[in-house]
Design a binder for this molecule. Structure first.
Ligand code: ATP
Ligand code: MG
Length: 161
């Protein structure tokens, strides 16, 4: 049955979470395309992971605040160049940096900004060889309040038994 005009899903805001990996750059292409045809706004979100989540243990005497500050500065630089300037002339883009647990902050932002669609890649920086789906992507698909467009990474296809 063809969609009636009033039934066409509205995509006015797209959330693009990124760990700045090649895979998430690949997802960015899809987000830009979808934003272009829908005249949607893109929210680029980077979550700075808590040191405890990254290392799994406590390192005494680590200047945590200074470390976070440096991480935030690096993230700011990375996020600003994540979407090319030329594209930003055509599409509205807002960058968000939050520290916390990636999947939780992605879900929280999707709720707060009333996001219509999340565009996320299956893999990120670590991209464990045997895993078909990164853990962040999987949790986002399970818990998102909206639809999720999952961008597959070439070479990660399921092999028929
Ligand atoms: N810190 C983060 N901030 C924002 N988005 C993230 C973050 N980490 C991952 N993502 C998003 O999730 C996608 C998949 O990454 P994920 O971490 O699930 O895969 P992975 O690194 O291969 O697996 P894992 O982290 O479980 O080893 C990334 O391409 C990115 O879009
Ligand atoms: Mg990861």
């Amino acid at each position: 049955m063809p969609l009636k005009k009033g039934n066409v899903p509205k995509i006015e805001s797209i959330l693009l979470p990124t760990d700045f990996s090649e895979s998430s750059k690949n997802a960015m292409g899809y987000a830009v395309y979808l934003a272009g045809i829908n005249k949607a706004k893109i929210y680029v979100l980077h979550v700075i992971e808590h040191i405890f989540d990254v290392s799994g243990f406590y390192i005494p005497n680590l200047p945590v605040n200074e470390l976070y500050k440096a991480m935030e500065e690096t993230a700011q630089e990375e996020i600003e160049k994540f979407i090319p300037e030329k594209i930003k002339e055509e599409i509205e883009v807002e960058n968000i940096i939050i520290s916390g647990t990636p999947f939780l902050e992605i879900i929280r932002t999707a709720r707060e900004k009333k996001i219509d669609l999340i565009v996320i890649s299956t893999h990120g920086r670590t991209g464990l060889e045997h895993v078909l789906f990164g853990s962040v992507a999987e949790k986002v698909v399970r818990k998102a309040p909206c639809s999720v467009f999952v961008v597959k990474q070439v070479g990660r296809e399921f092999v028929m038994p």
